[in-house]
Design a protein around this ligand. Structure first.
Ligand code: CDP
Length: 227
């Protein structure tokens, strides 16, 4: 029996680089456990989209933080609305992804989104995915996973995903953008993307989604038995 007093609502934190598949794995793990899900990247994407809708510059830290704090957003069964408009497609574009990684560099923006992210911790549990779920937002998560894959595999996965949506892109451009985003996310001063010492490494380069989901569930079961 562990003597550390745990928060009564368990959190599984899944952090990792762009296009690693962590969002898909997080959703499926949440479904299997009947837990809630937080796609924290969506909040940064929504902030970048709100900035473009309201004409706030991507280097205006205070203006962006004000937007982040007051995001008029609603999450309903698989649907995200911003200022009353359905924006699921709009926030998934590569342009908004790049914008999200730029706004995410600012401390004021990260601070503005912190409390909102923590409100997702509701019974019976939460699966949260992002870059700093295990390090900053839920440092007391009972299970921390660092989910990654090689940059080539991730570029191919993103390429297939975009092609299926009818969005045509050039693979090597995608690869360059991923490398650039990885570098920005890993080297920024605040909440950089790094594998935490207490996170379990899950490299999905050679794995199916179903295998990755099982991996997380098996580790969660081990944690539950220990506590
Ligand atoms: O889908 P993808 O993994 O490419 O991106 P995402 O998870 O939607 O996140 C978009 C951007 O938001 C990332 O490139 C990060 O810069 C930022 N982000 C962050 O800083 N912290 C988080 N917890 C989640 C996302």
């Amino acid at each position: 029996m562990n003597s550390i007093i745990r928060h009564p609502i368990p959190v599984i934190a899944i952090d990792g680089p762009s296009a690693s598949g962590k969002g898909t794995v997080a959703d499926l793990v949440a479904q299997r456990l009947g837990f809630h899900c937080l796609d924290s990247g969506a909040l940064y994407r929504l902030t970048a989209l709100a900035a473009s809708m309201k004409g706030v510059a991507l280097d205006d830290e205070t203006g962006l933080a004000r937007l982040a704090l007051n995001l008029d957003v609603e999450f309903t069964a698989g649907c995200v609305s911003l200022m009353g408009q359905v924006v699921d497609e709009a926030i998934r574009s590569e342009v908004i992804g790049v914008g999200a990684s730029r706004v995410a560099q600012y401390g004021e923006v990260r601070k503005a989104l912190l409390a909102r992210q923590r409100t997702f911790r509701q019974a019976p549990g939460l699966v949260a995915d992002g870059r700093d779920m295990g390090s900053v937002v839920f440092p007391d998560a009972c299970l921390k996973i660092y989910l990654t894959a090689s940059v080539d595999v991730r570029a191919e996965r993103r390429y297939k995903q975009l092609m299926e949506k009818g969005i045509h892109v050039i693979l090597h451009n995608l690869l360059d953008e991923l490398r650039e985003r990885d570098l920005r996310d890993a080297t920024r001063q605040l909440a950089p993307l790094i594998q935490q010492a207490d996170a379990v490494l899950l490299d999905t380069s050679q794995m199916t989604i179903a295998e990755a989901v099982e991996f997380v569930l098996v580790h969660y079961e081990k944690v539950r038995v220990r506590e």
